[in-house]
Design a protein around this ligand. Sequence first.
Ligand code: MN
Length: 230
Amino acid sequence: MNHIFPLHQAAVPITGSQEMFPVRRIYCVGRNYAEHAKEMGFDARELPFFFCKPADAVVPVLTGTLGKVAFPSRTDNLQHEIELVVAIGKGGGNIPVDQANAHVFGYAVGLDMTRRDLQFAMRDKGRPWEIGKAFDQSAPLASIHPLSETGILDQGAIRLKVNGQEKQSSDIAKLIWSVPEIIANLSEYFSLAPGDLIFTGTPEGVGKVEKGDTLVGSIAGLGDLSIVLV
Ligand code: MN
């Protein structure tokens, strides 16, 4: 078959494998840690909700290396959100909570980079968030660790340092909605498929970063995600 141009397939390294994980869709959960919901000005008991980023927003960063991420245009308030990312290996719709972990291929450390000024401007007008959340290179992601290697992850420290200084520190056990609950609920709205990524939300401590800053995120059992903003 002839193609008028080649289409880039976003993909992420897998630890212990030469193969790459091809990215189909990126789903993100909003306000899924109580203390972060509070710092965003919301009641901690509000149900989470979903938004999306395009697959090619991913910046794959091989674990143990320093990734370069372009500082985005049109913002005076770029913020970091460190998140546990779930990689889906088996698709489905209306997935029951007690079967949801069987759909997980693995886990990774990710950053939901956010143009907070634009997100809030859109939010306050009741408009879509895309210009604040779904911009180019807005989803740096370290290597995916297969569940077969990590086991089911439902607790462990999640941290982010900016230029060596700790900014975010929590535990993934504090997710308001757990990974199986997220998968079950999301799959009521969208048919999940292999290649989908789910950013599960960020803990408190989000803040502004500048060009030249180095960000190092970590989750227990998944190693580090290290990037520099260029
Ligand atoms: Mn987020």
